[in-house]
Structures are given as C-alpha cells and as structure tokens.
Design a protein around this ligand. Sequence first.
Ligand code: CR1
Length: 832
Amino acid sequence: QGQEKWPKGDEATWKAGLRGVDSDVPEITKNIVHHVQTTLARQAYNIDDMGAYQATALAVREDLIVNWNETQLTYTKKSPKRAYYLSLEFLMGRTLDNALLNLGMKDKFSEGVNKLGFNMEDVLHSERDAALGNGGLGRLAACYVDSSATCELPVWGYGLRYQYGMFQQLIAPDGSQLEAPDPWLDNSNPWEIPRLDVTVDVRFGGHAEKLEGNRGIWSGGQEVLAIAYDCPIPGSDTKSTNNIRFWSARPRRGFDLQSFNAGNYERAVETSNSAANITNVLYPNDNHYAGKTLRLQQQYFWCAASLSDIMRRFKNTGKDISEFPNLVAIQLNDTHPTLAIPELMRILVDEEDVEWNAAWDIVTRTFSYTNHTVLPEALEKWPVQIFEQLLPRHLQIIYDLNWTFLQAVAKKFPNDVAKMERMSLIEEANGRQIRMANLAVLGSFKVNGVAELHSELVRTTILKDFVDFYGISKFANVTNGITPRRWLDQCNPSLSALITETLGSRAWLKDLYLLKGLLKYEDDVAFHKKWAASKANNKQRLAAYIKSTLGVTVDPRAMFVIQVKRIHEYKRQSLNILGVIHRYLTIKAMTPEERAKVNPRVVLFAGKAAPGYWMAKLIIRLIVNVGKVINSDPDVKGVLTVLFLPDYSVSLAELLIPASDISEHISTAGTEASGTSNMKFCLNGGLLLGTVDGANIEIAEEVGEDNVFFFGHLTPAVEELRYNHRYNPIPVQEKSPALAAVLDNVMSGCYGEASIWEPFINTVRQGDYYLISDDFDSYLNAQAMVDEAYTKDPKEWIKKSINTTARMGKFSSDRAIMTYAEEIWNIEPVKI
Ligand code: CR1
C-alpha cells in the first residue's frame, strides 16, 4: 500500500541516500541515489528504468575509474614494456553487467537497485549496445581487451569513437533488410571519459618536399583535431583496469574561420562539418573492402593520433628513441591500421631526426600484424592517386621503402620478375594501387593468422612469396579465443552457477581448463538433470523473447538449431535455408504417423548484411519468406519453425547462444579464417554442426570428433571443384537430385515470384563458387545424424554436451592474449 504514495521502492532508503543526510544506508545505494539527485537532477518521482540504469552505471563507473587510475599510475611508475592493440572495430555490447561481474559487485548492486524499487534485469536491459564493429574481428578485439585486463597485462586498445555504430536492421513486410542509423551516443555514454586535454593535430593533404637522406617536410593542407575518449576495461577479479582510447574528430578551432573571410561564414562551418565527418560512422562491411576515401581518412586520422599519443608516452619515460621497441609493441588488427608503419617512419625520420635505416630498424621491431581473412575481396588496396592527394609524404615513404625492398627481392630471386610484381607494395595493373597487406608484412616482425588452418593458408597462398623471402619463422598462428566472463558467466547464469557449484569455486573463469573437472560427472544422473534444466531454462528465456518481439510461439522442447553471424555467401546461410526447404518438403510428403516421429526443430537465423551486398540481402529475403510459408503451414506445425530474428547484436547473441542445441558453422572449406561464435556455442554446451574449416577443426580436436557433426569437402578439394564448375560443369540434377528439387521448388513461386529468387538460384546452378551443390548431400546426411543422435539417446546427447563444454579450455581469450604477450609482444603481467 506504501507503493501508492511513494513512487519507487523503499521510501526510507531513498531519503537516507540524499546528499547531506547522515545514514547507515549502504554506500552503493547512497551512491546511486546521489547520482539520481545530482548528476541526473531527477528524483524518485520521475525516475524510470533508463534513469536507474544511468545512475547505477555512473556509480559503477566511479569504481572503475579508481582502479583505472591506480593501474595507469602503476604503469607510469614501473614503465614496463606495453602493447597497443590498434583496431578500427571494438564490438563491446553492453558494459554494466560485465563490469559488475568483473568487479564482483553484482549481488550488492542488485540489492541496492531492488531497495530503490527496480529490477536489476530491467536496469541491465536499458543499456544500449556499443556496436562499434561489424562481426568477429571487432568482437575479438573486445574479448582481447577483457583478457588483457584479467591477465594483468599492460595493454591499451586504440579505436575510433564513431557517432553512429553498426546500423539497426529492420525487416520490411516483403522480407527485405532495411537499415536505420544507430545514434548510440544519444543517451550519452556513461562509460567514456572525455579527455578534452588529450588532443592531436592530424594533417591531410598539402605538400611533401624531399630533403637529403630520405628526410622530408610535410606542410599545408588541412588539420583535423583528434580528441581522446577513454573507456576503462576492468579485469575479472583484479584491480587491473586497462583502457581503450577512442578518437573523435573535431575541426581545429580557428583554422577554418581564419581561412575564410567573414562573408564566407557558412562555407567555413561546412568545412568544420567535413572535419567532424571523419568519425561519423562505422563502415558496415565485414570481410569486404569498399575503397571509400573517407575510410582512408579514418584510417590515417586514427593511426596518426594513436602513434602521436604512444610516442608522447614513450618520451615521458626519458629513454633514448632507440629504446622504442623495447618499451612499445603495436599489434595491427588486420591491415586497417597499416598506415601506422609509414607514419612511424615519418615521425622518426622527419620529426625525430633518426637516420632512415635506424628508423626502419625501430619500426620493424615494433609492429606485428594479424591477418583475419584470405578472401581476395577483403584485401585492402588504396589507389595511389588518393594517397597523392591526402597523404603525399606517406606516398614518398612507401615508394622509398618499396625501392629498397624490391632490390632485396631481386637479389634473392634473380630474374623472377613475376615474383617482384606480386611482392611489390604497388600493384601496377588496374590503375596503380598500394597493397596494404604487403606493407603490413614488410613493416612487421611477426605475422599471424587466427586458427591453424587459416595460418597455414596464409603461409601457402596469399603470403607464400613472403615466406620464401623472409623464412617461415616470421609467420605464426595464434588461434582466436573468447572471454568466458561474458560468454558463459554473464550470458548463461544458470550454467555458470551449476559449474561453480560442481567445481567448488569460480576459479574456472580465469583458468578455463579447469572445466575438465566436469568430466567426472559425464554419467552422473543427478548432474545430467541439472545440466538439462539449465539448457531448458535458456531455451524458455529465448522463447519468451521471440514471443514478445515477433509474436511467434516456439516450443522450448523442440531442438533449437541456430546460425547467427554476418550474412555472407561464403558463410552459406544459403545452404542452411535450402536444407530447411528440403526438410519441409520431406515432412510434407509424409503421412501424419510418420510426421509424428520427426524430431521437432526450431531453426533460427540472425545476422546483418552489408547494405551494399545485394546477394546477401536477397538471401535474408529468402529466409524470411521461406519462414513465413513454413510457419503458417498446418502440415508442419509443431515439427518445423523457421525464424529470422532481426537486428542481431552482441546482446541478442548473449540470449541465443546459451539456448542452442545445435549451431551451424558451415562455410565453404578454407574461407572462414577462424570463427569465434562456434567457440561460444560449444562453451555453452551446444553441439557444433560444421565444415572442416577455421577453428571448427581445433574445436573438434579438443572436444572429440564424435562430439561434432562434420560434413562437406575439405580445403584441398576446393580449387579443383571450382575449376570443374567453370570448365566441366555437371548439372545440379545429376550431382544432387535433392538439391535440384529444392531449387525447382523455390522457382515454383511458392515463396514469392521466381524472378525474385532467380539471381540467387543462378549462382547455385551456374558457377557455384561456394560449392553448395558439392556439399548439399553431405550436409543433409549430417543433419540426419543430428536428428538420430538427438532422438535416439537423450542421455548420450547430454553427455556430448557436457563433454563439449568441459573440453573448451583452449578457447579462452586469456590463452590467446597470453600467447600474444609471450610469443609476440614480449610483455609481462604487472601486478596492481
Ligand atoms: C573472419 O572472417 C574470424 C574473425 C576474427 C574475420 C572470422 O573467421 O573469426 O575475423 N575476418 O579473427 C575479418 O573480419 C577482415 O577480416
């Protein structure tokens, strides 16, 4: 009844929390009230979930900042060698829950929030995702900063503070993807600390003059101001709190107004707008190079600001410049930050007066480069012409580097002109272009791929010439990893609690190999029951979300089959949906008695297509329309449901991943460098259905091949199969009658007019670059094995699930980051 008079929670707690009131209300609660009262200037009468979230976040932020300060002070005092992770993408997702768990304060805060009349779940859900990334590459960076803080390594991330993150995906009534902007900073971001005093001038354009000894002077053009925003990254169960420094672009004050007279005021303001444009938006391409000038501006702006900041910090140590590589390691996350290489050369040679060869020695002991893809369409190449306009001095430096490099190549491989052409930093065909991967390899002391197979492909295909030139030891593998804090403890509280209860402590969260301890219970009936209950609970949680967002009822007792990732032809969501159609047709042809024996499935898709990737968008449209037909067909009701969940995000992944029985990772062999959601699903006890590709292979090595469902051709077969598709094509009808029937069914018009789907169907019937027709029957076979395993012996299935989770120790990003630290960066943990 008190609730009627007092708007929210416990009146006494609110009042005792106010400023100036002496009380024994816990510090945490008082702090939240304090932020409601003074920072938000609101009160119990007008505070909603969003307000409660903001006040709670501000209170938690204070603890983060205290730890952050202490960590940074320790780094400054001890001046250890530090590593910097340069990534254009950090796909962070939400922060509050993760911060509370890492700080070990979730229970206390939940209590406080409750007292004030809120539910922690609702408060946590009020936070908007920070989606400053496209997919795996950006999420990997986020996992790596979490692990570096947890492992107490002195690592900072450097990124861009985009005003607009990854677009919001909407699905139109006809099934097409629509894009809406993501103004994620609109509600302000409590996790960032603006450093208005930390700024860097970044020059674009102007003239470059060459002096003696390869030195140069770069002047004129336009300067843009970079302003730092820091984002504290707490480690788990440690004070160690690292940083991501995000740069935001501002027009340089005064510059524009001076260059125009008062009569040109509007033009002047336009120019300022164009400067701020640089950090406006994240480019929404995944595994695809788009070649936009503004993107090159982003890359240089970010590299220049970060290197200037790193150099300033190094100089504060008072060490001689030759010591730079002994105190600084810089990791290039893909080729996006490759400009950091000529930029460091420019700083050393032009500004620090270091002799050219000595400078190159410093540079090549500082950088290392991670390659994330062998897909040719993703390799960055910038037209020389754009460089001439924007970065004239860097172009000179690249030419000078190339000159020396090609001489060395010619010396090592006399008369091999083709090799020289391939290895040159400049591609002469197709207008002249600068090959960023070649430059990244040239300027780095170590190059790594992200899973064993991928690293091998890097060494034997795209970088083979460089292996011949430098020797194998420069080329390494560091298999990707994921943070078990977010990807089990946070997203799957019921399983996390069961694991902790069973193992007797939470130590597994920082030593994931301890999960092996679960194997003792692989046949334990009571444990099986709890394991299954947790999965059932997660499936119900997802079913409730589906009900509330799509209005569709799914049965949590059905098998949940999930494929969530960027929509891409190489990832073959197409194969999945064609397989679904085959299943649909098969069930429809059955008698009711036969249907009753079918293993009921809910097939879930989610993922965004790049706005300019027409074929990927067509595939989404097909999935949605096939889903509509299947879901409204009484013949398959309760046996098959197919849904496309819109607007995939880190937060949606946290809901989906714990609910899977099977997840699909079915790329054409040799195309998926690693994959990381495969690791997340398996860590949460979902079994894997996939091709022999990327990290699937290493997952199978760990969890046992009998616990994964593999299918499809292997990597060495791909080239020949593609050749055959081009030169000796076999009709689909002959290769796979099942697939031919599915394609005919699509073209029969039952999911919408044939003309809509024709362009997609043609890619399968002709050319079939991604080998759908070659793998289709094998895929169906694997699906049949899944059904059999799931229905025949539920105990055996649970045992597989337990085994999968228990053997995922290798895939902690702590292991990955320690490998980088020990084998590449040569840095050590620093105790705070
Ligand atoms: C790969 O496609 C990998 C991530 C992280 C992606 C994916 O398989 O897991 O990187 N590559 O390493 C990429 O985005 C630009 O390349």
